[in-house]
Design a protein around this ligand. Sequence first.
Ligand code: COA
Length: 261
Amino acid sequence: MADFQNILTEEKNGVLYLTVNREDKMNALNFATLEEIKGIFEEAADNRTIKAVIITGAGEKAFIAGADISEIATLNEVNARKFAENGQEIFAMIENCHKPVIAVANGFTLGGGCELAMACHMRIATANAKFGQPEVNLGIIPGYGGTQRLTHLVGRGKAIELMMTGDMIGAEEARDLGLVNYVLPTKVEAMEKAEEIIGKIMSKAPLAIGMIVDCVNAAFLSDENGYQTEANSFSRCVKSGDYKEGTSAFLEKRKPIFKGE
Ligand code: COA
């Protein structure tokens, strides 16, 4: 991976660690950072050595405390639409990625930060994490998909409450609402939990993992019949060598060796 201005990347054991690195600004997402994230996901999708992605924020205080308000303050009606559409497109790349993407939410996870975490396939929070969509305090609404993904994750009533009040909630409440999968005391433990889950997923058939992403996402698309997507994806899996390997290994009482083809 190339060097980036606002992101640290590291590849270890097939996992790409992506750390938003603007600690003095609570890792706020400016345009440049968003573009860097886009470039990284474009590469991660095609790079065969990368099997999974973990996203976190530098330091102990914040995952990402939102889009960069100094940039938001310069928007006009025309470029505001582009601002939202661009962010939505980049977050959709994350959501549609065929490799597992886990957010380790290590502190303030607000606004665009909460939206980015929600675009990831799973979220693991540190005990000090705080979640919220405080855009209403700025006279705006979430624009990177938050109105949709928060509603999907926590349900209409709670999503409306959180967005209308701009309230922050703690990690345990976020877990109880279904916004977060696990809460761990520290960032180190949260990273270990993410690695444990990814380790498990990496032992499965990669094509099937990608199909699960497509099918689950189809459940939220009004113009797609998710059952049809499931049947098509199921059939694609059966065409793969991994299907033959998985079923043969079971019958031969051995561990499967999946190749992702
Ligand atoms: N955009 C730009 N800068 C941000 C930011 C954001 N979303 N969130 C924090 N920062 C900056 C602060 O301006 C401050 O910069 P400075 O030191 O140059 O003044 C620095 O990060 C530290 O933040 P600070 O507010 O001093 O820390 P805190 O611990 O008192 O409060 C927060 C932390 C997260 C509660 C507070 O920064 C906050 O409310 N941020 C905005 C959250 C938000 O509205 N997000 C949605 C944006 S659409």
